[in-house]
Design a protein around this ligand. Structure first.
Ligand code: F6R
Length: 260
């Protein structure tokens, strides 16, 4: 696992560089997309590169991590709409090439199985962008999630609903109680995991993710088993890392030709 500690703007450039490298090598790259605050600067940087430098998403495919169950199709916080607003429309990404689990399906387990199959049919995810919850969830794999789980229905913890109330007029009651989420086993099949975390509120989750024992109680710790995982954090999110100085020194002395 590589840990990079830098200001948020720099982290976004590192993540965008990794994505651009893939897209230039293979325009039909498959990207895994997260919602929430953490990836927003990355999406801004990709939109800038699209606008100013012609970075193309025309042939790329995208798979979202998760979706709320039951939010109406036009609800602005439905993750399919958030992804459309924050990235897809800004890089002129054809709508039918960006998929998410269908939180409005009548048969939710069937929608989860179909989603797993769609990822498989696309050849798997090349680079998965991730954030982390204050309770250690990645996607919406809340504490206690099986480390081998696949796309399925999950109940959101009260903590996650409180954290996400800021997107719902600060009213926790408006935050859905259930979601569909890629499982930890699904996420672990992506070829490169890139997790972003900023702010002191994420410091304990980041410490556990990087340095804690692998445990379903801190679901992100499963990333320690991934052969190519990158953790991009600012000083505040890195503040509880025991080996922070070592990670800083390692990245500072990394040869320039080695990307993330
Ligand atoms: C969202 C997702 C979640 C968020 C996490 C952090 O698609 O998968 O795991 O990444 O809740 O959210 P933010 O970035 O808003 O702090």
């Amino acid at each position: 696992m590589e840990v990079v500690i830098a200001p948020a703007e720099e982290l976004a450039v590192h993540a965008a560089d990794a994505i651009e490298t893939l897209l230039r090598r293979d325009p039909a790259t498959v990207l895994g997309l997260a919602t929430g605050s953490s990836p927003l600067k990355v999406y801004d940087e990709l939109a800038r590169r699209h606008r100013e430098e012609g970075l193309s998403f025309e042939q790329a495919r995208g798979f979202m991590l998760d979706e709320y169950v039951g939010l109406p199709a036009e609800h602005p916080q439905r993750y399919r709409n958030v992804i459309e607003t924050e990235i897809a429309s800004r890089v002129e990404w054809p709508a039918d090439q960006v998929l998410g689990p269908d939180g409005l399906a009548e048969d939710l387990p069937a929608a989860c199985a179909a989603y797993e199959q769609a990822i498989k049919d696309a050849g798997g995810v090349d680079l998965q962008i991730l954030g982390i919850g204050t309770d250690g969830h990645i996607a919406f794999n809340e504490p206690g999630s099986s480390l081998a789980s696949r796309t399925r229905i999950k109940t959101l913890t009260h903590q996650t609903r409180v954290d996400n109330a800021r997107f719902f007029d600060d009213d926790v009651e408006q935050v859905p109680t259930h979601c569909l989420t890629q499982g930890l086993g699904t996420i672990m099949e992506a070829r490169h995991l890139v997790l972003l975390a900023t702010g002191r509120g994420k410091a304990e989750a980041v410490h556990q993710l990087v340095e804690g024992p692998i445990s379903a109680m801190w679901p992100g710790t499963v990333m320690q088993m991934h052969p190519h995982a990158t953790v991009l954090v600012d000083d505040a999110a890195a503040s509880r890392l025991q080996l922070g100085d070592y990670y800083r020194q390692t990245f500072a002395s990394k040869p320039g030709w080695q990307g993330l």
